[in-house]
Design a protein around this ligand. Sequence first.
Ligand code: FRU
Length: 709
Amino acid sequence: MTKSIATFLFCCLCQATLLAGEPDILIADFEGSNYGDWTTTGEAFGPAPVSGTLPGQMKVAGFEGKGLVNSYFQGDGTTGTLTSPPLKIERKTINVLLGGGGYADETCVNLLVDDKVVRTATGPNTQPGGSETLDWYSWNVADLLGKTAVIQIVDQRTGGWGHINVDHIVQSDTSYVVPASARQRELVLEKTFLNLPVKNGAAKRRASLIVDGQVVRQFDIELAPGEPDWWAHIDICSFRGKNAMLNVDALSRGDRGLTLVDQTDAIKDAGSLYDEPLRPQFHFSQMRGWNNDPNGMVYYAGEYHLFYQHNPYGCSWGNMHWGHAVSKDLVHWKELPIALFPWTQAVAHCFSGSAVVDKNNTAGFQTGDEKTIVAIFTDTGCGEAIAYSNDRGRTFTYYQGNPVVKHRGRDPKVFWYAPGRHWVMAVYDEDGSRDRKTRKQRIAFYTSPDLKQWTRQSQLDGYYECPEIFELPVDGDGKNTRWVLFAADARYTVGQFDGKRFTPDHEGKHQVHWGAFYASQTFNNTPDGRRIQIGWGRIPMPGMPFNQMMTFPCRLTLRTTDEGIRMFANPVKEIELLHGDDSTVCNTMVTPETPVAVATRGRLFDIRAEFEVDSAKAFGLRIGNTEIVYDVDKAMLMDMPLKPVDGKIRLQVLVDRSSVEVCGNDGRVYKTQPFRSDSEIDAIHVFSQGGSTAIRSLTVHQLHSAWQQ
Ligand code: FRU
């Protein structure tokens, strides 16, 4: 071997050793059945490391091996410390897997030298929600080499996120935290969708998509470290041909999430789109991600527009955008690209709101023949804001004069008040008090000539978020109308409204909707004057690439009952567009000994029934494993009070893949609840307990899927 080759090889070897550094030293992996020579004070750390999630805790993930330190022992109320025996600092970094509360000095890991805290780190969470996933943190301790130290894990906080999760603590010559240069990906945007791998429960990363030096999208995402649960997508059509940079604020060693990001022209992994096991078949649900409240419900030019609170990047609440879908008949929906998204980095969320058609161009936004659709929503970055569309809701422009109303509150519902020729905004509003006990929750009413300048007119205490207000004829008589004020919790009040002030007709509130129904809204501008409502169907969809759904559209009416004027909710008649084969039973007595089965087939039904109450204590329908019971003694349909009318109880039951909606006595009560059926149903059973019940009529309509028809 020549001298120069030998020198070269020697140098390579030296460099390799330098790069690799000395082998890592494991300080603790918490794999044992106790804490070994670590010592505890207080209660929070329990007797030993745990194997993951503790009772009442969100799923703990991201730890290595089988055990970790989890101070959620007996909940957030406990406190304490866990301290290592003395150790010698022999490498340039100390790496630790860390999660839980993000409170300095209270939920933290400390490195102590000579009893002084020389390094500290907290978990990431201080807000409700968040994630129990552990992630690597790294201290550079080069200046402490050779010193003796102890590691102290601290939980001195009670209440939300009053705990800390810790695992593998390792001395190393390299940091386990991935550097910024390895947390970005250069891309040429050339297709329709940029696909991002999501693993539910993985650590949340803050991601930014930068095009031409501008941050065009910014969001939190549970970026899959490897194989994803599902793919989120960003519509990148408008950036076609541009160079872009996608970066995230943190990654763990070996995470492949960024590498997996790709582009396609069709939604990725969409082989079973709209046919997933829990996918509602005649209720709207978004292709991917999360929804909550329906927003911006408005009819224009042949289309019902349904916008909604939408997280495109996760299956739980977060990153609030306005998703968008349109329908010509309230049954078949087409999802369109996202309508409103946080326009600037400073803007955190687009919260709930409404939309109007500005027929008289009062705002002056109209540019062509199409009337302008104006969305009015809560921009959590500034206040009540507006955005407008001159292309039938396909794209929206953020109004530069925002906010149009600034107050403490959210969820503006706007409509045109024809008698006064002005706009009205009913909006959830709070007084300045941060103290829950004294804080006033109310609906404030504003008016405007042009959707831009608003004047506060009045307020009404005792209402929470997502107000809704509309006028309805009583018993169909257009000359005798009342106004209805409705809030997220589905409690409503009947009263008078003069364009500026609402005056209730009665004390207290009434209720028509029950169950998994929240934050509903009604369409502005319907072509036939019907008042049609959709709520957020709070139905979990575990294991699906989407979560939650919308309730089936209901027509609202006011009718006189023996208790006074009440609102009724009925599924819109368009459900009949999906009717398939039906089977009917009439005038049949049901007894405990002789239940009735109506043969049918499928998983989707519209069941209409009329029962005559007889000697039974209870009767009802059994659909798969679900029973819909009317308790005669208590006069309750499920948990809803309902008295027979002329001795009869009438039901309409809509059965979808994940939900069942039960409408009692022509809409006097209405309940939405989860429903699961793994296999096809071949009969609807009618039972009667403690006596007999007469079926006057019962028709089971099989339903077609709206996605397939
Ligand atoms: C109701 C609500 C609204 C808010 C929105 C945020 O569910 O809390 O008050 O605007 O959800 O997603």
